[in-house]
Design a protein around this ligand. Sequence first.
Ligand code: ADP
Ligand code: F6P
Length: 323
Amino acid sequence: MESTLKCIGVLTSGGDAPGMNAAVRSVVRTAIYNGIRVIGIRRGYNGLINGDIFEMNLRSVSDIIHCGGTVLYTARCDEFKTDAGLTKARNTCLEAGIDGVVVIGGDGSFRGARDLTKYGIPCIALPGTIDNDIACSEYTIGYDTAVNTAMQMIDKLRDTTQSHDRCTVVEVMGRHAGHIALKTAVACGASGVIVPEKEFVLDKLIEKMKRSQRTGKQHFIVIVAEGHGKVDELAREIERLTHIETRATVLGHVQRGGSPTVRDRVVASEMGHYAVELLLKGSSNRVVAMQGGKIVDFDIDEALAMTKTLDMELYKISSQISI
Ligand code: ADP
Ligand code: F6P
């Protein structure tokens, strides 16, 4: 049966992530390739509520595949959680002739996509967040670039940490999840990693550092996931208990920027293409995800009910090879 889809909208929502532009490009080009018009929606759900939308063409997405951030801008929008906000958004879609929307963001954005679908506008969500904390997908757009950025920054910190025989405590992003922290800890050879998924015992870390000192280790990197926080306090405690001079660094939003890696550009291109194919098939309320390296899709409600655990095997490896 031929698709009745004539026009789709695309938006980015929540925290930006490198690779969002590659996803937008893929959505726009796949739609136009299939004879579908595309409307760009600015600043996430705000654009739908305020009618801040514009017609996109093939050239609207030229020269963006290598750029970080999002050319559609992004935002968080509390009004979208209300009936009034959703009604305005639906009316914008109806007036503009938008038959379906591709939403690129994290799980908050997925809830919005589910709600808009319930208001009659079919939505497909793509996992775009540096945190890699989407349960139904082993990968989220932006994660690889973020961990590579964190790794490069921590390598620089290692130079100065080593020169001064110090300990550096580094906070990385990840809101409520330790994926960025664990991956960078392994990549940077950190002596310790503190993640929200695993109880942290200060005495154990201190003991381990002292054991390493006895075998000749003179400098230390400890990586802390944002959810744990309190890096200044932790640095003071480490210094007090080990007598090793200790500094704290918060990497912050630098991890969200920069040109996306190959992995992020390719996954974003695949997922964007898949999202439009879902809409063409008449699917709605789906999340595009990666499982076993393949692109698949899930019902949004089912996806939101899933939970993601930290890679405990990698955690074990990290603690065994950082002695
Ligand atoms: P992310 O999408 O990166 O997880 P947030 O959790 O901040 O980022 O969510 C982004 C946005 O999703 C929110 O600011 C809001 O506009 C939108 N949203 C819409 N409906 C909901 C909802 N029911 N619950 C949570 N967020 C929602
Ligand atoms: O979800 C991505 C993320 O960068 C988290 O790692 C972090 O907790 C949060 O966004 C920061 O958000 P904001 O842009 O509001 O500072």
